[in-house]
Design a protein around this ligand. Sequence first.
Ligand SMILES: Nc1ncnc2c1ncn2[C@@H]1O[C@H](COP(=O)(O)OP(=O)(O)OP(=O)(O)O)[C@@H](O)[C@H]1O
Ligand SMILES: [Mg+2]
Length: 249
Amino acid sequence: MLKVNHVYKSFGEFELNDIHFQVNDGEYFVILGPTGTGKTIILESIAGMYNIDKGDIYIDDLNITNVLPENRNIGLVYQSYLLFPHLSVRDNIAFGLKARKTKKQDINLVLDEITKMLNIKHLLNRKTNNLSGGERQRVAFARAIVTNPKILLLDEVSSALDPNTKREFQINLKKIHKKLHTTTIHVTHDFNEALYLADRIAIINKGRICEIGTPEDIFNHPKTDFAAKFIYGNNLKYGDEDNEQRQIL
Ligand SMILES: Nc1ncnc2c1ncn2[C@@H]1O[C@H](COP(=O)(O)OP(=O)(O)OP(=O)(O)O)[C@@H](O)[C@H]1O
Ligand SMILES: [Mg+2]
């Protein structure tokens, strides 16, 4: 379980203001909000890239607020796939495992499994500089997930992809989450993506969380004016299907 406990972080003009939420074990939690509202800063604060001004972050009962990023056991994947250009796909994905001195045969087993799941096994020996956007993003995702992070943070991971590749990538995200149950926070602008993937959604505006709820709550019964305007401005409606049947509308 991840708990973000009344967190504040100021950057002069911009401030994260009393960010408070909890993500349960195995939950897929989506943060949805307009540009410039602090979504990336929330993820980077959880990952430990900033010292927050006030508040605490817990993983289970452990207060990790002052723990170094590399010791938090958190995976972070960005929109722009930050791969090592001089390394092969195999070495990119295995990077974190090698750093942990994982045995070669264990690395091979994990690589085999994840690359089959993401349909990138045939790319293992390629360099990353001439991969397509969708392939690069699957490699970046594989690199984060193979280290078995306690928490996985995804920042607009599909937003640079064309519609078909995006849809495929979202299906991959859902499939892998169903198998591994990694506690995930996924930041997006994309309502369809939020509906398709989220167990719960937080709507954020101007450095504050406006509202947290299930997709059904948020899309059918928004409680705040901002959430209602933000959502109904996008003309989406939520079907009553259960999670399995939920469609990208
Ligand atoms: N290191 C920094 N120093 C100063 N200001 C920053 C810093 N990082 C982000 N900001 C500002 O804080 C605000 C929130 O940034 P953030 O990147 O979290 O937005 P976002 O919600 O992720 O937006 P987008 O959807 O466009 O990615 C922005 O106005 C940004 O310019
Ligand atoms: Mg951002």
